[in-house]
Write a protein that binds this ligand. Structure first.
Ligand code: SAM
Length: 214
């Protein structure tokens, strides 16, 4: 495990923190995405943590959603499972697995909504490019990807000059995605993007390495 992800989640305890503000934005984007997506919806969350950006939204949306959350840390995965259970979400599966390989996504694709939050600031620039290029093989036509990227996060592995979220947007554009939303507050370092895949999905291949946390 690359970092203490339990300590990282503790920043959510402060409702004024940048991470809590980011959480509000991600939930709002997920809520509006689900409102615009044809049911039934398949959702896939990579590096899902304790699922707090997704599960409360699923509990309140009128949309019929089947979700798979992939999280490597067993305790965080257990917390996500317990959270789904407590909210009465029966169509949620939490996989304790490596989300960096497409093998962990088998039977959960093609997804209509893919969450990639808290990933791109923890992997190399090459892995960001590889991941975005691989996403169309995990997506249904018209699917949405909700992603985040901190600007100059601590121990940032990027070699990009300037705001690294711009490189992420460029990768999405190069891969053929359409930008639906991009949130860049003036007074905080988080960025949240939503991109739509407008074409038929590409064939799914198991065993493709997208990223590894540094
Ligand atoms: C920055 S946190 C983001 C959590 C959640 N997506 C959020 O935004 O609240 C990164 C998460 O990725 C998990 N993680 C790290 N490497 C992983 C991997 N290879 N596969 C699945 N999860 C991983 C960590 O345990 C941690 O929960």
């Amino acid at each position: 495990m690359s970092r203490d992800w339990h300590a990282w989640h503790a920043e959510y305890d402060d409702p004024e923190s940048s991470l809590s503000r980011r959480l509000d934005v991600v939930r709002a984007q997920l809520t509006s995405t689900l409102a615009d997506t044809t049911e039934p919806v398949r959702l896939l969350s990579l590096c899902a943590g304790d699922g707090r950006d997704t599960l409360p939204v699923l509990a309140s949306t009128p949309a019929r959603v089947t979700a798979v959350l992939v999280e490597l840390d067993p305790e965080l995965a257990d917390t996500a499972r317990a959270s789904a259970h407590a909210r009465g979400l029966r169509d949620v599966e939490v996989r304790t697995a490596d989300a960096g390989t497409t093998s962990s996504c088998a039977d959960a694709v093609p997804a209509d909504v893919l969450m990639a939050c808290g990933i791109f600031g923890n992997v190399t620039d090459a892995d960001v490019a590889r991941t975005v290029a691989t996403l169309p093989s995990l997506l249904a036509p018209g699917a949405h990807v909700i992603w985040t990227r901190g600007c100059r996060v601590p121990q940032d592995p990027t070699e990009v000059v300037g705001d690294p979220s711009q490189a992420v947007r460029d990768h999405f554009a190069d891969a053929g995605f359409e930008e639906v939303a991009f949130v860049r507050p003036d007074d905080a370092s988080y960025r949240v993007g939503v991109h739509r895949w407008p074409r038929p999905g590409l064939p799914f291949r198991s065993g493709v390495r997208m990223f590894s946390f540094v």
